[in-house]
Design a protein around this ligand. Structure first.
Ligand code: ZN
Length: 296
């Protein structure tokens, strides 16, 4: 293969990565969520995660949190697992009504995927388990999908594909509303407030969790009825925020600038914080040794 062809293939891959609106939170969003989660893992969960991570992750969960997006076109079946569509303008979510793919197959949506991969990971300490799941993939999927379900437009309206078909301008750039929430708000924040340095943004969010949001922390962490995982309330929050903040003042053809950016950035930062805390809490429940003893 000539150098030119290699360059050309490289460009096509680059272009594919730039196609807007097809991925979950962008790379930065997922990295941030998993970095935050790492800080709240219990000893047991941290050990299990390290054991399950692929070698190339070098012990860092955050480095594989976009894996589910990278393999999305290779594992075609996994596409519908990144989001859930809700009926237009209802601004609510119901698992039974909404969690299916376009062919109507039940449980094939982001909340269904979170239940499924949690259930798989629960077999981690169970040597008698007859089912042999790929727990490395289950961990990487779960870490990604708990992020996705917190992106308000991943629980958006069916008619506009979660904002994907709403063409708008982000400042001068033509894009779509879904992509603004996946990527552009975070990108603009990095440029405007964090010297283009993701680690500074992550530190700022971490500081907010311990200072500003400390009174909400326990509420974020907990699941009703002592469940191991509870993605349904997260999805309800997301469609609520989608109606209140994402769709509002973002009609097709509009230009979004400072007003939109500055009022929505706090929402995005809080969702990143919540998903990080909840991912850690979920992994802590899944891998707590106390739980595996009480099951015996
Ligand atoms: Zn995704």
């Amino acid at each position: 293969m000539g150098g030119f062809e290699v360059l050309w293939i490289g460009r096509v891959i680059l272009l594919l990565q730039l196609v807007p609106g097809i991925l979950g939170w962008g790379k930065e969003g997922h990295y941030t969520i998993c970095k935050i989660a790492e800080g709240y893992l219990s000893e047991d969960a941290s050990a299990a995660v390290k054991e399950l991570l692929p070698d190339h992750a070098e012990g860092d969960l955050a480095s594989v949190c976009s894996w589910a997006d990278e393999i999305r076109f290779h594992f075609h079946w996994s596409g519908p697992l990144h989001y859930v569509d809700t009926p237009d303008f209802r601004c609510n979510y119901s698992y039974c009504r909404d969690c299916h793919d376009t062919a109507g197959h039940k449980n094939r949506c982001v909340t269904g995927a979170i239940y499924n991969y949690t259930m798989q990971l629960m077999s981690y300490s169970d040597s008698n388990s007859e089912m042999k799941y790929n727990l490395t993939e289950a961990l990487m999927f779960l870490s990604h999908f708990i992020g996705d379900v917190h992106q308000p437009l991943h629980v958006g309206f069916l008619g506009d594909e979660g904002g994907n078909t709403i063409t708008i301008r982000w400042y001068k750039r033509k894009t779509n509303l879904h992509h603004v929430w996946d990527t552009m708000i975070i990108e603009s924040a990095l440029k405007t407030f964090y010297s283009k340095d993701l680690s500074i943004m992550i530190q700022a969010i971490q500081k907010n969790i311990t200072d500003g949001w400390s009174d909400e922390f326990l509420l974020w962490e907990g699941c009703a009825l002592d469940q191991t995982v509870c993605p349904d309330p997260y999805a309800s929050e997301s469609i609520n925020l989608a109606c209140k903040f994402a769709y509002r003042n973002a009609t097709p053809g509009s230009t979004l600038g400072d007003d939109y950016f500055l009022s929505r950035l706090p929402v995005v930062e809080k969702r990143l914080a919540q998903s990080g805390v909840r991912l850690a809490a979920t992994l802590n429940r899944i891998f707590s040794s106390r739980q595996s003893i009480s099951q015996e």
